[in-house]
Structure formats: structure tokens, C-alpha cells
Write a protein that binds this ligand. Structure first.
Ligand code: PLP
Length: 291
């Protein structure tokens, strides 16, 4: 069951609608050009996790696209209405709260903005437990392009995810579960729907490293929250630059994201990699506490 609530600045609680019937104009540029922005958040045990961080990123993505964004009170009102209508998932159940903003039909000043709540896919939970086999795929541009080419909207969470989904299908076609993109100059970037995180435990020092944002990757809210928790727990933290050999040499590698949370990487291009159980358990506990 999917709950749908349109964001409407004139109606603070939003407008509830039927998700099982068409609701959008076929001329909306969000539909025909992927011109819009979105966020996906985990809703579990009565809490929409990291709501402030997701609203901040939605604001920043919309600004990159020069998209007018309904005010935050309207988003919060619609989210409250949507989760109340969905009901409270118990501890074992998880739901996805999705926020979407489109540009609307050409020539119109506003697009559509809405919130959906639906059950979280089972596959993500299985991958948290079992881990994922990953392939490295070339994204085709160098790691300094983001700065030179702001029109590419790198670092914004736009609706244009067709390439990301194609990369995942390619991974599945070669028997892998997921992808880590690399740049043409050989840097580790991100997954199609996740941030890369690696850990080492040497001479008593636990260290977490993630690729640098300057490479044009999306700033991950899960990575940000994990880094905050790890800093408090005394871990050392680092931001790239990362190359594939760093992944192979690490004691553990994960793809992290808001819905699947912490997915341990078991192999890269068919080569098994480190899976330090203690590091994984410690990080899992931190992720479990993220609100
Ligand atoms: N990178 C990309 C390209 C993503 O699509 C996502 C999430 O969907 C992430 C990273 C992880 O972001 P977050 O942890 O905020 O979910």
C-alpha cells in the first residue's frame, strides 16, 4: 500500500490523494525529461530518520536546478499527514518516505511536489545481512569535472536516474549485486544509489574513509551521520582520494544509504575483500542509533 500526499503551501497538512490512479500531467517535465529532484528516507519505529538532513539536501538539489521549492513547513506538514495515514511500522517493519518535486509543464511557474510512504523493499534488508558482490564501472568523466561543469548537476539528487539504474542492470547481468563507479582518472566515486565507505583497523586505530565530495558525488546523509557517530566514538576519519586498490586493501568496505543502511561488500570484480566482523558490528550499532 502506498500513501500519497501532495505538498500544498495553501494547505499546511497537504492534500491526500489516491496513489493507485494517475495524478500527474503527462506534460510535466519531471516525467518527460527527468527534470526534478527527490529524497528517500527510512521510516521505522515511528521515526522518519535524518529528516532535517534530507530536507536540507532537497533544498540544495532544488537550488542547483533553479527549481522553486515549496516552503519547509509545507513539506513537514505533508510528511506528518503521510506517515500518520500509513500508520506506524513496528520494529520489524520499515517504510520508505519519498519526497519528489518536478518542474511541471513547460511555461508553468510551478511543478508538482508530493510525499509517498510505501513498504521498504525486502532485498535491501537481505543485502544488509548477506553482503553484496560489486563491480567497478567507469562513469566516463574525470574527478575534477564537477567544478568545471556545474550544468551537469553533479552532487544534486535529481530525478535523472536512468543511467544509475542501467548500471545496476549491467551489474545484475554479470552476476553482481551492485556497482561502484570510478572516474576516468581512476578514482573511486560512489554507487548508483549509495556512498562508498571503507575501514581499516591498524595499530589500534580504527579509520573510516569515504571519497571526496569534490569528485562530484552526492553528499550522503548516511555517510554524514556515520562519520558524526564514529568521530564521537574516537575513530579517525578521512576523505579520499580513493583508488580501487584502497578498496582491495581495506579491512571492510560498505555501500551505505538511507534505506538499505549498511551493505557490506563481499567482493569487487570477483575478488573477495576484507570483511572485519568487529568493525561491521560496531558500525551497524552506530547506524542503528541514527535518528
Ligand atoms: N549516492 C547516490 C548516487 C544516491 O542515490 C544515494 C542515495 O540514494 C546515496 C549516494 C546515499 O545517500 P543517502 O545516504 O543520503 O541515502
Amino acid at each position: 500500500m502506498t500513501v500519497l500526499v501532495f505538498v500544498d503551501s495553501a494547505t499546511p497538512a497537504g492534500r491526500v490523494a489516491d496513489a493507485s490512479v494517475p495524478q500527474l500531467l503527462v506534460t510535466d517535465q519531471g516525467v518527460v525529461r527527468g527534470d526534478g529532484v527527490f529524497e528517500s528516507m527510512l521510516y521505522t519505529a515511528g521515526v522518519v530518520r535524518k529528516l532535517d538532513a534530507h530536507l536540507a539536501r532537497l533544498r540544495s538539489s532544488a537550488a542547483s536546478c533553479e527549481l522553486p521549492l515549496p516552503d519547509e513547513t509545507a513539506w513537514r506538514g505533508a510528511i506528518d499527514t503521510a506517515v500518520a495515514a500509513y500508520g506506524e511500522p513496528d520494529d520489524a517493519d520499515e517504510a520508505v518516505v519519498k519526497l519528489v518535486l518536478t518542474r511541471g509543464p513547460e511555461g508553468q511557474p510551478h511543478g508538482a511536489a508530493w510525499v509517498t510512504v510505501s513498504p521498504a523493499p525486502q532485498v535491501g534488508r537481505r543485502q544488509r545481512e548477506e553482503g553484496i558482490a560489486v563491480v567497478l564501472l567507469d562513469r566516463g568523466y574525470d574527478s575534477s569535472l564537477a567544478d568545471r561543469a556545474p550544468w551537469l548537476l553533479m552532487g544534486a539528487k535529481t530525478l535523472s536516474y536512468a543511467v544509475n539504474m542501467a548500471a545496476l542492470r549491467h551489474a545484475h547481468s554479470v552476476g553482481a549485486d551492485d556497482v561502484i563507479f570510478t572516474s576516468s582518472d581512476g578514482r573511486v566515486l560512489e554507487g548508483p544509489t549509495s556512498t562508498v565507505l571503507l575501514a581499516t583497523h591498524r595499530d589500534g586505530v580504527k579509520r573510516l574513509v569515504t571519497p571526496r565530495l569534490e569528485t562530484g558525488i552526492l553528499p550522503g546523509t548516511t555517510q554524514g551521520a556515520i562519520f558524526n557517530a564514529a568521530r564521537e566514538a574516537g575513530w579517525s576519519l578521512g576523505y579520499g582520494p580513493l583508488e580501487p586498490h584502497h578498496l582491495l586493501e581495506a579491512d571492510a568496505v560498505w555501500l551505505v544509504s538511507s534505506i538499505r543502511l549498511l551493505a557490506p561488500v563481499t567482493s569487487i570484480d570477483g575478488t573477495a575483500i576484507g570483511r572485519d566482523r568487529d568493525l561491521h558490528d560496531e558500525l551497524s550499532a552506530m547506524v542503528g542509533d541514527i535518528r
